[in-house]
Design a protein around this ligand. Structure first.
Ligand SMILES: Nc1ncnc2c1ncn2[C@@H]1O[C@H](COP(=O)(O)OP(=O)(O)OP(=O)(O)O)[C@@H](O)[C@H]1O
Length: 460
C-alpha cells in the first residue's frame, strides 16, 4: 500500500488550519501544520513533506518569502498558495516564480481536493521525468525526447533496446507523435552515430522520381539525367536511412527496397551494375501496414523484413500526463531564441490543454504553444488565449447548427479529399487539380486528416 502523502498546512489562523487539516485527513492525506513561515521551514528540515499548502499573507515572513526559501532548499516540493480574492493577482505572479498553483479563499473541499491532487500528480510526473532523464543521460543522449508517462517509457525502453543492434525498425503512430524524432534518437545512439542519417519522405516525392532519388541514376538514364547521381541509400552508406511514410510507397519500388534489405545492394536507374551498401533502415508509417498487406497495397515479404522491431508511438491523448512536461520543454526551447521572458500558463489554461484530444498530437501541441506565446498578454497565457478547438463543448444538441464547426468542416474536407483521391486512384497531382488546390496543399491536408491512401497495385 502507498504511504499516505503528507501535506504541510501553513496559516497563522489556528481555526482555519484545523478545518483544513481535518478536511485533508478525510481525503486520506497525512497533515502537519505550522503557524508561520519560520515554523514551516523548521518542519520541512526534519519531516518528509509531499506538498506545502500555505497562506499568502502572514505576519513575519509571508507566503512569498516562504516560496523563495522552499524553491532554494526543497526545490522538488510543490507549493500551493491560499489567497484572498483581493490578492489573486499576487498569487498569479507567484506562479511565475515557481508556485505550483493557488486556491482563492473561501474554497470548497472539492476544489481543494482537485487542486492538491493535480499538484501532486504533476510534480510526481516532473520528478519522474527528471529521474528518467538522469538515468538515460548516463547511458544515452535522448535529449529531446520528452515524456514520463508509462506509455512513453515503454517507447524509450524499446528505443534503448534497439539502438545497439542493427535490426530494422518499424515506427508506427499517428501523424505528429514523434516518429522522426524517435528515428533520430535511434541513429544518434547507435554505433552508426558518426555516419549519415538520411531521411526521405516517400509520400512527398512523385512516383516517377522516387526510384532515382533512392537508388541514384547513371548519366543519360532519362531525359534530364545529365550526370550520374548517387541516390540516398549510397549517401547513407555506413549510416541510417529513414523511410518516412513507407506505407505510401509504390509497390514497384517496394521490391527494390526489399532487395536492399536482403542483398544489401542498390542498382541505380539506367545502370546494370549493382553497388553494395551498408545501411540500417528505419521505416515509419501512420497507416496500418498489416491491413495494406491484406488489401494488396504493401508487399508482405517487405512488411516482415521491416517489422523485425516494431515500436508504436502512442497518441498524445493516451499520455496526457506528459502535456505539462512538453509544454515546459517547448517554452524552454522558444525561450532560447527570444529576448522576451516566456509567459506562464495559468492552471485553467493547462487544464484545458490536458482535456483536449490533440488529433495532430505533439506537433499540434507545439504549434499551440508557439501561437500562445505570441498572443500572450501581461506575461501569462489564460484559457481564453488558447485556440477555439480547445474550448469545444462535448454536447451535440444545437438547433440544426453544428455544435462544433471545426470538426464539421474537417469532416467535409475529409469527404471531398477522399472522393477526389478515389476518382484519381490516389494520384495526388490529379486529385489536387480536381479540387483546385496545389499538390502541396493537398499533401498537407492528407497529413492533417490522417488519410491512408491505398492505391490499386499496377498490373505489371
Ligand atoms: N517526445 C517528444 N518530446 C519533444 N518533442 C517531440 C516529442 N515527440 C515529438 N516531438 C516534436 O513534435 C513534432 C512532430 O514530431 P515528428 O516529426 O517526429 O512526428 P512524426 O510522427 O514523424 O510526424 P509525421 O508522421 O507527420 O511525419 C516535432 O517538432 C518533434 O520535435
Amino acid at each position: 500500500m502507498n504511504p499516505r502523502r503528507c501535506i504541510l498546512v501553513v496559516d497563522d489562523e489556528p481555526r482555519l488550519r484545523e478545518v483544513i487539516a481535518d478536511a485533508l485527513d478525510d481525503l486520506g492525506y497525512r497533515t502537519l501544520s505550522a503557524d508561520s513561515a519560520e515554523a514551516a521551514l523548521q518542519r520541512l528540515a526534519v519531516e518528509p513533506v509531499d506538498l506545502v499548502l500555505s497562506d499568502l499573507r502572514m505576519p513575519g515572513q509571508d507566503g512569498h518569502a516562504l516560496l523563495q526559501d522552499i524553491r532554494s532548499r526543497h526545490a522538488t516540493i510543490p507549493v500551493v498558495l491560499m489567497t484572498a480574492y483581493s490578492t489573486v493577482k499576487d498569487a498569479v505572479q507567484m506562479i511565475k516564480e515557481g508556485a505550483f498553483d493557488y486556491i482563492a479563499k473561501p474554497f470548497e473541499i472539492g476544489e481543494l481536493s482537485a487542486t492538491i491532487g493535480n499538484a501532486l500528480r504533476l510534480s510526481a510526473a516532473l520528478q519522474d521525468n527528471q529521474r528518467l532523464r538522469r538515468e538515460l543521460e548516463s547511458r544515452y543522449r535522448f535529449d529531446h525526447l520528452i515524456g514520463a508517462s508509462a506509455a512513453f517509457r515503454r517507447v524509450i525502453g524499446a528505443i534503448a533496446e534497439v539502438c545497439e543492434s542493427r535490426a530494422n525498425v518499424l515506427l508506427t503512430g499517428e501523424s505528429g507523435t514523434g516518429k522522426e524524432l524517435a528515428a533520430r534518437a535511434i541513429h544518434y545512439n547507435s554505433a552508426r552515430r558518426n555516419e549519415a542519417f538520411v531521411a526521405i519522405n516517400c509520400a512527398a516525392i512523385p512516383e516517377g522520381l522516387l526510384e532515382s532519388e533512392l537508388f541514384g541514376h547513371v548519366k543519360g538514364a532519362f531525359t534530364g539525367a545529365v550526370s550520374a547521381r548517387p541516390g540516398r541509400f549510397v549517401q547513407a552508406n555506413g549510416g541510417t536511412v529513414f523511410l518516412d511514410e513507407i506505407g505510401d510507397m509504390p509497390v514497384s519500388i517496394q521490391a527494390k527496397i526489399l532487395r536492399v534489405l536482403q542483398e544489401r545492394v542498390v542498382e541505380p536507374v539506367g545502370g546494370s551494375q549493382s553497388r553494395s551498401v551498408d545501411v540500417r533502415v528505419i521505416a515509419a508509417t501512420h497507416r496500418d501496414l498489416r491491413e495494406a498487406v491484406r488489401s494488396g497495397g504493401f508487399r508482405h515479404d517487405l512488411y516482415y523484413r521491416l517489422n523485425v522491431f516494431p515500436i508504436e508511438l502512442p497518441p498524445l491523448r493516451e499520455r496526457r500526463e506528459d502535456i505539462p512536461l512538453l509544454l515546459a520543454h517547448f517554452l524552454q526551447e522558444l525561450g532560447k531564441s527570444s529576448e522576451r521572458p516566456m509567459p506562464a500558463f495559468t492552471p485553467a489554461a493547462l487544464r484545458l490543454m490536458e482535456r483536449y484530444s490533440w488529433p495532430g498530437n505533439i506537433r499540434e501541441l507545439q504549434n499551440c504553444v508557439e501561437r500562445a506565446v505570441i498572443v500572450a498578454r501581461n506575461g501569462s497565457v489564460d484559457a481564453g488565449d488558447l485556440p477555439a478547438e480547445l474550448h469545444e463543448p462535448v454536447s451535440s444538441e444545437n438547433g440544426g447548427l453544428p455544435s462544433d464547426l471545426d470538426a464539421e468542416l474537417e469532416r467535409l474536407e475529409r469527404r471531398f479529399v477522399l472522393e477526389a483521391l478515389a476518382r484519381t486512384n490516389g494520384v495526388q497531382v490529379q486529385a489536387a487539380e480536381l479540387l483546385g488546390i496545389s499538390e502541396r496543399s493537398l499533401w498537407h491536408r492528407i497529413k492533417k486528416l490522417g488519410i491512408n491512401i491505398v492505391k490499386r497495385p499496377s498490373s505489371t
